[in-house]
Design a protein around this ligand. Structure first.
Ligand code: NAD
Ligand code: UGA
Length: 469
């Protein structure tokens, strides 16, 4: 039987738990890693080659370790008992009801994990917060754990995750930094060292930063807020570019040559999406409000307000350019995921654009290489409350059809809206598409992927974010 030096259990087999643990297992053959989840469907999928999430390079990493030192299980109790270290990598969505609804993060799942660990543990454990949480959550986790009456010692660490979807494996294999926060006591420092030793298998030690618990928890929220702020900043400038015939791409490029600004996260878009930017900025806003820092809260709230404005601005422009009506018109939506190289649709700007167009009576033809019809409809329901009950005929009439490819999506359409920057959309045969569309044929590029000059040459009327008309 294989002898492992160390045992890790990870609670939560989602976009973070699965890839993160797969990379730990593949780099640390001496450590046994088991990912557990309440969802049997997720665990069953992780045990096949049809993984529950799409992420380039993930399957190869999983296959390199699965069955050797990487396992996926629903036997949560047994795996917690075996583990020296338990990661909590569960979802922490924005609260929808009660105090702080629409702003505060719901840490119910984290607390339930802590309660489960306290209930079933038979020996000491290091408990690692991997989920993104409000600052000082570790205190709540620690108190729940220490309230056990078994005299077991638990050390709590904060180890937020910085991977981005679509590049998760590259981000995990070569992280910009690994952040580990812990109590500055002897036992706390020993726990920090245990986690440093795990990452040191493949991450250079100068990239492993250790801090207090609270700095680590807060740094994660602040990192996402700064990134989201950059997108909102350039998106605000895209509106100004459109009003002045400046080109947002040229402005970004001019900025990027300044080392102090740098080139990344300066791509104007229809708005940022994803499960975390909005949630984490709103959480930061809520924390500031709760602490009486209203001016700070107002400052960060503008990042969200601008993002909402950008999504609305895009749809208003479509409507206005198409003679102020899209009623009964077919509109092809190219892309539905919140960014390329992922099938994730959480908070995708596409759903807001689609909802606004449906409200105007448009007929939508959607194509995304990684998003199924079922998932699209679930997203509509979850994000906008749009389903067969609220919008009869949604799925039975041809209000919204999901298409097999971009060409069929565009056939007979009055307009195309590019909503995800899939590389494949750059090289479509736009002459063929133009020939199949109603005229005038409009393209509204929310991701600046199409070659404007080439499409105008074909005959399209093209409107791209932040570009001169
Ligand atoms: P997810 O929804 O994809 O996965 C969470 C999983 O946790 C689900 O499969 C759910 O069934 C499981 N779960 C919930 N409660 C559980 C419990 N009590 N016991 C066992 N399993 C349980 O979420 P995610 O995208 O992986 O995000 C997880 C956390 O990581 C969040 O706090 C998020 O903010 C943060 N984060 C996410 C990303 C990202 O790119 N998605 C990146 C960095 C950080
Ligand atoms: C983001 C962060 O980049 C990660 O570091 C973080 O770990 C993660 O959130 C999280 O906490 O969940 P992710 O949301 O997966 O990662 O993807 P990003 O690449 O950050 O893109 C977020 C959104 O912003 C996407 O909709 C993207 O299209 C948009 N974006 C990004 C722009 O519109 N312009 C840009 O220049 C960059």
């Amino acid at each position: 039987m294989t002898q492992y030096k160390y045992h890790i259990c990870c609670m939560g087999a989602g976009y973070v738990g699965g890839p993160t643990m797969a990379v730990i297992a593949s780099n640390c053959p001496d450590i046994r890693v088991c990912v557990v989840d309440l969802s049997k469907r997720m665990i069953d999928a992780w045990n096949t080659d049809e993984l529950p999430i799409y992420e380039p390079g993930l399957l190869e990493v999983v296959k390199s370790a699965r069955g050797r030192n990487l396992f996926f299980s629903t036997d949560i109790d047994a795996e917690i008992q075996k583990a020296d270290m338990v990661f909590i990598s569960v979802n922490t969505p924005t609260k929808t009801t009660g105090i702080g609804a629409g702003r505060a993060a719901n840490i119910k799942n984290c607390e339930l994990c802590a309660r489960k660990i306290a209930e079933v543990a038979t020996g000491p454990k290091v408990v690692v917060e991997k989920s993104t949480v409000p600052v000082r959550t570790a205190d709540a986790v620690r108190r729940v754990l220490m309230a056990n009456d078994k005299g077991i010692d638990f050390q709590v660490l904060s180890n937020p995750e910085f991977l981005a979807e679509g590049t998760a494996i590259a981000d995990l294999q070569k992280p910009g930094r690994v952040l580990i926060g812990g109590m500055q006591t002897d036992k706390g420092k020993a726990a920090i060292q245990q986690l440093v030793d795990v990452y040191a298998h493949w991450v250079p030690t100068e990239r492993i930063l250790t801090t207090s618990l609270w700095s680590s928890e807060l740094s994660k929220l602040v990192a996402n807020a700064f990134l989201a702020q950059r997108v909102s900043s350039i998106n605000s400038i895209s509106a100004l570019c459109e009003a002045t015939d400046a080109d947002v791409h040229e402005v970004s490029r001019a900025l990027s040559f300044d080392d102090r600004i740098g080139p990344k996260f300066l791509t104007a878009s229809v708005g940022f999406g994803g499960s975390c930017f909005q949630k984490d900025v709103l959480n930061l806003v809520y924390i500031c409000e709760s602490l009486g820092l209203q001016e700070v809260a107002d400052y960060w709230y503008q990042v969200i307000a601008l993002n909402d404005y950008q999504k609305q601005r895009f749809t208003r422009n479509m409507l206005q350019r198409m003679f102020n009506t899209v009623t009964g018109k077919k509109i092809a939506l190219l892309g539905f995921a919140f960014k390329k190289d992922t099938g994730d649709t959480r908070e995708t700007p596409a759903v807001f654009v689609a909802k606004a167009l449906l409200d105007e009576g448009a007929k939508l033809r959607v194509f995304d290489p990684q998003v199924s019809r079922e998932q699209m409809l679930e997203e509509f329901d979850y994000t906008c409350g749009v389903n067969e009950t609220t919008l009869p005929g949604l799925t039975t009439s041809d209000m919204i059809l999901t298409m097999e490819d971009a060409y069929t999506a565009c056939e007979g359409a009055h307009a195309i809206a590019v909503l995800t920057e899939w590389d494949a959309f750059k090289t479509l045969d736009y002459k063929r598409i133009y020939a199949s569309m109603a005229k005038p044929a409009f393209v509204f590029d929310g991701r600046n992927v199409v070659d404007i000059a080439a499409l105008r040459q074909i005959g399209f009327e093209v409107y791209s974010i932040g570009k001169p008309i």
